[in-house]
Design a protein around this ligand. Sequence first.
Ligand SMILES: [Zn+2]
Length: 271
Amino acid sequence: MVARRGLCAAAVVVSSATAAVTAGAVVAGEDAPARSAARGAPAATPVAALAGSLAGKVIVIDPGHNGLNHRHPKIINRKVKAGPFRKACDTTGTSTGSGYTEAAYTFDVATRLARALRAKGAKVVLTRPNNKGVGPCIDERAAIANRLRADVALSVHADGAPSGRRGFHVITPGYVKGYTGPIVKPSQRLAYDVRHAFRKGTGQPYADYIGRNGIDVRKDLGGLNMSKVPKVFIECGNMRNRTDAAKMRSAAWRQRAADALAAGLNTYLRR
Ligand SMILES: [Zn+2]
């Protein structure tokens, strides 16, 4: 599904969300691929080990979606500001064929990532405290990092693409006049650092269905358009693909993913 500006995706997602999650149907998120989006040209980037201290750094980690979004369609279908347009508050996210939800995956990876970064002295704030609630909306997820004047923000997701496709990609904000101008360039550097570290640390290939060399540039995501701090999304893999799903269901692999993301953020914060 082409979810340009999300105007269709959000509205159709929630009505049968409980069934969708339990049946493992594909559910598009705010991060659903917008295949008409501009493409970014990646560049080779060296990566540093997770060395030294992150004391004084403020990092916001945004675990995509929430565990009970599917029970609250009125709340998550409500339109919120997403840049120069409005978009649904949030969506349910996708799931593996066996019913492991994107919301559970993102919260687990975010928790592991926060632990790794706090161990290096960073102040880390998650945009939701558990996987048992609804929301917050995409504009609030950005506002949390803005209020903290975070040094960097990362939104963790997993994709729901056709089952024959796989791999990860990092989504970086395109230029949206009046919104993303100040964050486009630093977010692009962040995207390269996260991409490099994630591939190195997890062995995941670049997505074979979207973006270019693991990078996609988008102007339709409220979570990016409303951010005043450097921010990217990562789609860690395709939950609808058996190979990627098996990885994401593995706690050991999720730890590797979190460690890789910590390394990527560390590289960025040390530039
Ligand atoms: Zn998502």
